[in-house]
Each structure stands twice: as C-alpha cells, then as structure tokens.
Design a protein around this ligand. Structure first.
Ligand SMILES: Nc1ncnc2c1ncn2[C@@H]1O[C@H](COP(=O)(O)OP(=O)(O)OP(=O)(O)O)[C@@H](O)[C@H]1O
Length: 637
C-alpha cells in the first residue's frame, strides 16, 4: 500500500529550510552535482571541464603580460626599439585571446552534449520509478504533485546542474589562477574577494526561493497544462466542439495563466531584489578599490604599470568571482531538485517482472473476507468470498460502482487487498511478488489502452517476451483471428504494421468495437491461467458479441475466466455468478439458482428481459437498457 504520509509540499519546504542548503554544506552539493554528472557521462564531464581549466591558466598569464607591456610602453627607449620590445608580450597577449576564445567555443558545445547526457540519466532514474511503483500510487494526488514537479524539473534541471558545476569548477580554478597572478603584481586588488561570502549567502537564498516557488506553484502549473491539453488533445476534440466548450475552457486557461504569470512576476521581483543586493555589494567594493588605486598612484605608492595591472585585475577578479558565485547558486538550487528526485527515487518499486519467481499454474484462486480501500480512504470492497478454479467461468454482475472492476484488479494482483486473505493454490498472494501472479493473468480492462503504435504492437504487448524475444516478426495472427480482429486488421493500408491512430503518419483509427477486439486479441495473446474480461462486449454488435462468447468458451479449456458484464443474457451458462452490491457479495449461484431465489439478480434480469419482451425501455433506476441488444428497437419509442 502507498504510505499515507503526506510528503508534499510542506514536508519539502521544511526539509529545504532545515536541510543542507547552508553554504557550509557547499562541498556536499558540489559532490552531489559532480556525482550526477559523473554517473551520467564521465568522459563528457571531463571534456567539458578541460577548456575551463585551459581558460583559467591562460588568464593567469594575462596580468604579468599586461604589466610587462605597460612597463615597456612607459619606459624611455631608443627610437624604433619600443615596438621590438613590445612585440613578444603583444604576440603572447594575442595568443591568450585566441586560446580563451577557442576554449570558450569548445566548452559551449561540450556543455550542450553533457546537458543531454545528464538529462537522459535523470530521466532514466525518473522513469524507473514512475513505471514501476505500486498502482495504488496513481490514486494519490500527493504522488501526482511530486511526479509532475520532478517530471518538469527533470527536463530543465540537468542543464542547470551542468552549468552550475562547470561555473563552480571554472570559477574556482580561475579565481585561484587570477589570485596568484594578482598577488604577484597588485595584492591590493584582492580586496575584491571580500564580498564573496556575502554573495554566497545571497546565492543560497536565491536557490531556496526558486525551489519553494516551484513547490508552491506545481498544482497551478498542472491545472494549466491539463486545460491546455483539453484544447489540443484528440480525445476531447469532439466534445469540446459538440458542447461548444472552446471559449469556456479558454477562459479558464486564461485565468490560470494570469494567476501563474502574477506569481512569476512577484517571484521575479523578489529574485531581482536579491540579485541587485549582490551586484551592489560587488560594485561598491570595486569602486572603493579603484579610488584607492588612483589615490595610491597619486602619492607614488603604485607605479603606472602596477595601477594598469590592477585595472585589468578588477574586471578579471569580478568576472571569476561572479562566475563562481553563480555556479554555487545554480548548484544549490539544482541540488534541492536533485534531492526531490532522490526522494522520488526512493519510492518503493516492484521488482522487475523478469526477476519474480514463477508461481505454479492456477488450480484455485481463493478470496476469503477480502476487503479493499483506496489510498484516499474510500472503501470499495468488504468481506468478499470467492473461489475461481481452473476450467471455470465465474461472472461478476452488479450495478455501477458496486466494485466489480476493483475486485477484478485485486484478483489480477494489481491492487493488494487491505484486509482478508487471497490465495493462489493455497499460497498467500500478499507474500508473493505481485509480478509472479500477474505473469499468469491476462486482463482485458474496461478502459483498456489504445496504444498509438502498430496493430502488431497492440497485440504483441500481451506478451512482449514471447513476441520480441526470439527475433522475427511477432506471431500475433492466431490471437487476432480468435478475437475476430484478423479480417479488418489485414485490410488496413499497411496491414498489421499500420499505426492504430489517426495522429500517426500512415495511421488509421478503429471503431470502438474494433478496438475492443484488438484488446481481446492482446489478452488472448498473453495466454495465462486466468483470463479476466471486464465488459469485453460493451462496444460489440450482436454478431460480434456472439462470436466473442464462443471464443471465451473455447478459451476456458483448462483456464479460469472471470467475466464482468452488465448484459445478463451473457452469463446464463457460466459456472457461478457473484452479485455485487456496495462492495459486498450480495448473492452467489448459477443463473437458475439466482432466479429461483428471486433476489437482486432476479430483479435485474427481469428488468432486462421485460424490456426485450415488451419492446419498452425499463423504467427502474438500475440495469439500464442496451441499445444494441436484439429486440431493443422499440425501447425509445
Ligand atoms: N481510484 C479510486 N479512488 C477512490 N475511489 C475509487 C477509485 N476507483 C473507483 N473508486 C470507487 O470505488 C467504487 C467501485 O468502483 P468500480 O469501478 O470497482 O465499480 P464497478 O462495479 O466496476 O462499476 P461500473 O459498473 O460502473 O464499471 C466506486 O464507488 C468508485 O467511485
């Protein structure tokens, strides 16, 4: 089950305040950023840093060269000799400029590649978790908040981590090199380093502000992107037009956008204040230094060439210390997001299905007093007793919301019961890896996936190991034939290789009933010992429905089948029918037994049967009529 602890956003904000965002913890964060980049691509990281070191070392040579040049230019020499004496320092200065320019260009390109490599690394960690956490997490809004935040930042943060790390490394090496050079020619200029600790504090504050802003506004951003998708997705396109929702949804999108932009403005004002405070401190120190230099020149304590060197040192030191501080800011800020990713990554995941030990072929699946609650606390099932043996067909019927699909998911090993006992051949399912049970179960969901991939993929996804594990095209024909999908799939423009989506080039869209047969083919392709069919014929015409149940009967040989349907005519000859009501099993028996008892099932059945007999729509509030059932023509007269 999902931990009920509420982790977001308060938890993260508290953590970020209390946590390791102190400047004293800088080595921790730099190691953290380094570790991420190193794990993603050590060669790319080194290739990105080398030009930074080259730049730093070359820049260190700048000050003595400038001083030498100024000395040559201000010293009395014979005519024509000055140019000859200045030639070497001039040439070296030109080479310094060239080396710095080239290193910058190479580093820019390398950094782009490293950014991509780190992004892939971060995404692979993110996807490892998102695809393998317990299904119950997907019922938790807290999980979605974090998922969305991490997803958004997994896109942008890797580049910031790289830039931050490169700036810290380049800034630090550059600072050391420039400090050594300045120390040799004009130690007074080192006073420019005085504001660095203050700037680090400001950078820390900026990083925290960014993180807290992202945490606080993740829900608004999610809503905005959802509203965007309602106006751009194919799934909602028909309803948007049919109900004329364009202006209304646009209005809501505008309102959330305005709210978001207002928040960004406010945030940006706060950030600007912080940044300006840093710039002011640096500028004051630089001006103070220049005034002191001019005064020292005036009183003869500094020579002209020394003063010139200080003039060059000031922007150099300022640039390097700004680069270092910015890098620290980026590392601190991204570090909080990397921690967020780490915490997401520590969500328990299910072991890979391949690693799960196999359980034996199903003899009997038994539920005793099974109950289930969603992570929201809503209880969907209570005291369920049910037996399902190999070779049997058991049906679940009941009104909407009575718990049929939830029970099917519990029996399929997708939801863990929150109470009672579920056993597979006598083994407690709670003690078995979920994947071990699922490997033996094929489910056709009520809201099955419409994979926007080829028809082959749509069927082969029932068992990818079998389909793609032995080379050659997947052998999906038998399953497609069994499900009654072969004829229409074969006639598609590119046959089974046609993408099943009008959004894909060369793709096509299927009808609701055709999709249902493809989903059935997928379940049949999987094989397995337990076949669960949740409303498998809801979109089928009468002939297709009859064919489907002939298929299901054939598929039962040796297998257990759990069938969920509202069409009670389809369950007359199953082995047992469980009638669900408000999450409880209200009654169990064969069709005849249940009719004889005259309970809820008999009432539902009579309601449907009467409609067929009289040609009139039933008026009760349950067991709604099926417009595609035989004899329903007169219902709506
Ligand atoms: N993710 C969820 N979180 C909280 N409650 C849920 C969730 N999914 C379903 N429910 C609730 O659980 C109950 C059972 O739902 P379930 O889908 O199992 O019913 P059903 O019998 O299959 O309905 P139908 O015939 O309409 O398909 C319903 O009250 C539903 O609102």
């Amino acid at each position: 089950m999902v931990a009920q602890r509420r982790v977001d956003p308060v938890h993260l904000q508290v953590e970020s305040r209390r946590g390791r965002s102190r400047p004293a913890a800088l080595p921790h964060w730099v190691r953290r950023a380094w570790g991420t980049c190193w794990a993603a691509g050590p060669r790319d990281l080194l290739a990105t840093l080398v030009p930074q070191f080259v730049t730093a070392v070359v820049l260190a040579a700048l000050l003595p060269l400038v001083r030498t040049l100024l000395h040559v230019l201000t010293t009395e020499t014979a005519d024509g000799e000055r140019l000859a004496r200045a030639a070497v320092p001039l040439l070296l200065l030109a080479l310094v400029g060239l080396a710095v320019g080239m290193a910058g260009a190479v580093q820019g390109q390398r950094q782009k590649v490293l950014g991509e490599v780190v992004q892939r690394h971060v995404w692979s960690r993110f996807l490892d978790v998102s695809a393998r956490v317990d299904l119950a997490h997907y019922d938790s809004p807290e999980f979605f908040e974090r998922l969305e935040r991490v997803r958004l930042h997994a896109m942008t943060r890797p580049l910031a981590v790289v830039q931050g790390l490169v700036s810290v490394a380049g800034g630090a090496v550059g600072l050391v090199a420039v400090v050594v050079a300045v120390w040799a020619v004009a130690p007074v200029a080192l006073v420019l380093l005085a504001p660095v600790p203050v700037l680090l504090l400001i950078a820390r504050r900026g990083g925290r502000q960014e993180f807290e802003f992202a945490v606080r506004h993740a829900p608004a951003l999610r809503l905005r992107s959802y509203l965007q998708s309602t106006l751009t997705d194919r799934g909602t396109a028909s309803e948007v037009r049919s109900y004329g929702l364009q202006s209304h949804l646009r209005g809501r999108w505008d309102a959330t956008s305005d709210e978001w932009i207002g928040a960004v403005r406010e945030h940006s004002r706060r950030r600007t204040r912080t940044i300006l405070a840093g710039e002011l401190v640096t500028a004051l120190v630089a001006v103070g230094l220049l005034v002191a230099v001019v005064a020292a020149l005036d009183t003869g304590r500094l020579t002209f060439s020394q003063a010139g060197a200080v003039g060059v040192a000031v922007p150099l030191l300022a640039a390097r210390s700004r680069q270092f501080v910015r890098g620290v800011g980026a590392v601190l800020e991204s570090g909080l997001f990397l921690d967020d990713l780490d915490e997401f990554h520590s969500t328990p995941v299910e072991p890979d299905a391949h690693d799960a030990p196999a359980v034996g072929p199903l003899e009997v699946l038994r539920a005793r007093d099974v109950s289930f609650r969603f992570s929201s606390g809503a209880r969907a099932l209570r005291g369920i007793d049910l037996d399902l043996r190999a070779g049997e067909v058991v049906a679940l019927v009941g009104e909407n919301g009575s718990g049929k699909s939830t029970l099917a998911k519990v029996l399929a090993g997708l939801h863990r019961p929150t109470g009672g006992l579920l056993t597979w051949n006598g083994l407690d399912v709670a003690e078995l890896p979920a994947a071990a049970v699922r490997r033996r179960v094929a489910v056709m969901f009520q809201d099955f996936a419409h994979w926007q991939l080829s028809a082959v993929d749509n069927i082969a996804f029932g068992d990818v190991d079998r389909a793609y594990g032995r080379g050659g095209p997947p052998d999906v024909e038998d399953a497609a034939r069994e499900a009654g999908a072969w004829e229409f799939l074969r006639g598609l423009p590119a046959g089974l290789d046609t993408p099943l989506s009008a959004e894909r080039p060369g793709g096509t869209e299927l009808s609701g009933g055709q999709w249902q047969r493809v989903a059935l083919a997928r379940a049949l392709y999987r094989g397995g010992d337990l076949l669960i069919l949740d409303e498998p014929s809801a979109a089928l015409d009468a002939r297709a429905e009859a064919e489907l149940f002939a298929t299901v009967r054939a598929a039962t040989r040796g297998r257990a089948v759990l069938l969920i349907t509202h069409r009670l005519a389809n369950v007359r000859d199953v082995d047992r029918i469980h009638v669900l009501r408000d999450g409880l099993v209200d009654d169990v028996g064969t069709h005849e037994e249940l009719l004889r008892r005259g309970g809820h099932y008999a009432a539902l059945y009579e309601l449907q049967a009467r409609a067929f007999r009289s040609g009139r729509a039933p008026v009760a509030d349950d067991a709604g009529p099926r417009t595609d059932a035989p004899g329903t023509k007169g219902w709506w007269r």
